[in-house]
Ligand binder design. Structure first.
Ligand code: DQA
Length: 152
C-alpha cells in the first residue's frame, strides 16, 4: 500500500484554539483522524507528524526518502522564510504537496510569499481541512494514473 506522510509545522498543534475565525474550530487530532480514514478509502497508508521545530521537520523530510510515496506538508509560518525547509524538500525525491488552511494570498503581504512552493509538486490554499483531503485525492490520482482523467 502506498504511504503518505502528512507533515504539519509550527502552531498547527493549536488548531481549534488559535484564530478560529481564520483556521476554524477543528483540532489537529480531528484533521489527522479524517485523513487516516480517507486514506483507508483511497488505499493510502497515512502517517501524521507535527512539530514546532524547523530541524525536526527537516529530519522528517530527509527520513521520508525510501519510506513514503508522497508528502502533504503545511509548513506554517516557515513557508514564508525557511530556505532550510525549501532545501530539504529539494534534497529528496519524494514529491511534496504544500497545503495551507487559509488563503495566504489574501492576508498580510508577507504571507503571500512561499519560499517552499517552487520546489513542491503544487500548492493548495484557502480550503481549510478540505485542502488536505483534496491533496490526498491528488496523491491517489498521481500514484494510479489509470484512474486519473486524461488531463493528468
Ligand atoms: C498557514 C498560513 C501561515 O501563514 C501561518 O503562519 C500558519 C498557517 C495556513 O495553514 O493557513 O501557521 O500555513
Amino acid at each position: 500500500m502506498a504511504k503518505v506522510l502528512v507533515l504539519n509545522g509550527p502552531n498547527l498543534n493549536r488548531l481549534g484554539k488559535r484564530e478560529k475565525n481564520i483556521y476554524g474550530t477543528g483540532t489537529l487530532h480531528e484533521l489527522n483522524q479524517r485523513l487516516i480514514q480517507l486514506g483507508k478509502e483511497l488505499d493510502l497508508q497515512v502517517v501524521c507528524f507535527q512539530s514546532n521545530s524547523e530541524g525536526e521537520l527537516i529530519d522528517q523530510l530527509h527520513g521520508a526518502e525510501g519510506q513514503f510515496d508522497y508528502i502533504i506538508f503545511n509548513p506554517g509560518a516557515y513557508t514564508h522564510y525557511s530556505y532550510a525547509l525549501r532545501d530539504a524538500i529539494a534534497s529528496i525525491d519524494v514529491p511534496v504537496i504544500e497545503v495551507h488552511l487559509s488563503n495566504i494570498h489574501a492576508r498580510e503581504s508577507f504571507r503571500s510569499t512561499s519560499v517552499t512552493a517552487p520546489v513542491t509538486a503544487g500548492q493548495i490554499v484557502g480550503l481549510g481541512f478540505t485542502g488536505y483531503e483534496i491533496a490526498m485525492v491528488a496523491v491517489q490520482k498521481k500514484l494510479h494514473p489509470s484512474i486519473a482523467n486524461s488531463s493528468n
